[in-house]
Design a protein. Structure first.
Length: 395
């Protein structure tokens, strides 16, 4: 059996909304449907019935994104009911996992045309109540927020594995001696790069605003922030000696992203030039409390499988869950030129809608490679509970 080449024809995303912000009134299934519809409309030569499957990442799934949000997006977007959909969950890597699974199906000949993406509404993530072990308990019952992080933790899990995500970032900072000032400087650079990219129109080709929502640009970018302003913020996770703050961490967000993937036959049907070709991917595990360093080995494996090195990279989108974990990863890749990392800003500024972020990164890499005309790009994320995921693209 021959392995088929897989091409990214197009990639779109919503502007990323802040927690309780401009997209907070929009259901996640509607956000997902919007990017699916926008993606299909941008390739009018392609019959929507030719889409073999829709893969969507979703890290929560506890609220309006239940019941297979990928299939809901297909139906709400008005695609033919014959188009199926599957939802995948690899927490923060869910959107990129969806891209990888769609690409794998095409490479193996199980599909010719697929849509892959991700969605998250952290604003609308519900509180959940565990079902009582017996009927009619007399005491008070606890509600758990599903917005982010551990809940209803299995007591068999070692305590060192189940620290908060922010404490995990502090552990990475400890491991690599990353200071508060270094983290704040990294965050400031993220905001400045993102603001500059928007000012230059670099996101115009991929961002599709949600109708009726007054949001045309990523909502969390702070053009006027400074080292002085960031220095005033208190540590959020360690009261004594903490370095991780709201200013050098990614915020809570809402958003969706989607990519159109095809083989050679599908490419001819779209009548379009592809943005990039998918080359290789890799996933790895690490101690859960050091989840922030998850991309380190995943990136090395993905590059090795592609026969490439850091020197071959044109651009690298590394998800900025925290400045500390991004800096920790960069410290373990001394051969990587940091100037090519997140050239249009990262998640500290743009935002991190969990299930959508991986698809956003892959789409951004594809658009950057298309703008450059050639090159090799890489998208990678750290993942809660200790994983790393990476994807290599080429043009």
């Amino acid at each position: 059996m021959s392995i088929r080449d897989v091409y990214i024809v197009d990639a779109v995303r919503t502007p990323i909304g802040k927690f309780g912000g401009a997209l907070a009134s929009v259901r996640p299934d509607d956000l997902a449907a919007h990017v699916v519809r926008a993606l299909v409309d941008r390739s009018p030569a392609l019959d929507p019935a030719r889409v073999d499957d829709v893969y969507f990442g979703d890290a929560n799934g506890a609220g309006e994104d239940n019941r297979d949000v990928a299939r809901m997006a297909v139906l709400l977007a008005g695609l033919p009911v014959s188009v199926p959909g599957v939802t995948v969950n690899r927490l923060c890597g869910s959107g990129l996992e969806a891209v990888i699974q769609a690409a794998r199906a095409i490479a193996l000949g199980d599909a010719s045309v697929a849509i892959a993406g991700g969605v998250e509404s952290m604003s609308r993530a519900p509180w959940v109540l565990q079902k009582p072990e017996r009927a009619f308990p007399a005491g008070h019952q606890q509600l758990h927020s599903t917005t982010l992080g551990w809940r209803m933790t299995n007591p068999r899990m070692p305590a060192e594995w189940t620290v908060s995500l922010g404490e995990g970032a502090e552990l990475v900072a400890d491991k690599h001696g990353i200071t508060r000032e270094q983290q704040d400087a990294f965050a400031l650079a993220s905001h400045r790069k993102a603001a500059e990219a928007w000012a230059k129109g670099l996101y115009d080709d991929e961002v599709v605003p949600y109708p009726g929502a007054e949001l045309t640009r990523d909502e969390c970018i702070r053009d006027s922030t400074s080292m002085e302003a960031l220095a005033k913020l208190r540590p959020a996770f360690r009261t004594e000696g903490g370095t991780v703050t709201p200013g050098n961490s990614s915020p809570l967000n809402d958003g969706a992203a989607a990519l159109l993937l095809v083989d050679e036959d599908g490419l001819r049907e779209t009548g379009r030039e592809p943005l990039a070709r998918i080359r290789t991917s890799a996933v790895t595990g690490i101690e859960p409390q050091l989840f922030g360093l998850g991309p380190v080995e995943a990136v090395r494996r993905a590059l090795g499988k592609a026969g490439r090195s850091f020197a071959d990279l044109t651009t690298f989108e590394l998800n900025e869950a925290f400045a500390a974990q991004s800096l920790g990863c960069l410290a373990e890749w001394p051969e990587l030129d940091p100037e090519i990392v997140n050239p249009r800003g990262g998640a500290v500024a743009i935002g991190h809608p969990l299930g959508a972020s991986g698809a956003r990164l892959a789409g951004s890499v594809a658009h950057q490679l298309a703008a450059a005309g050639s090159g090799t790009g890489l998208a990678a994320l750290c993942i809660g509970v200790g994983q790393g995921l990476a994807l290599v693209l080429e043009r």
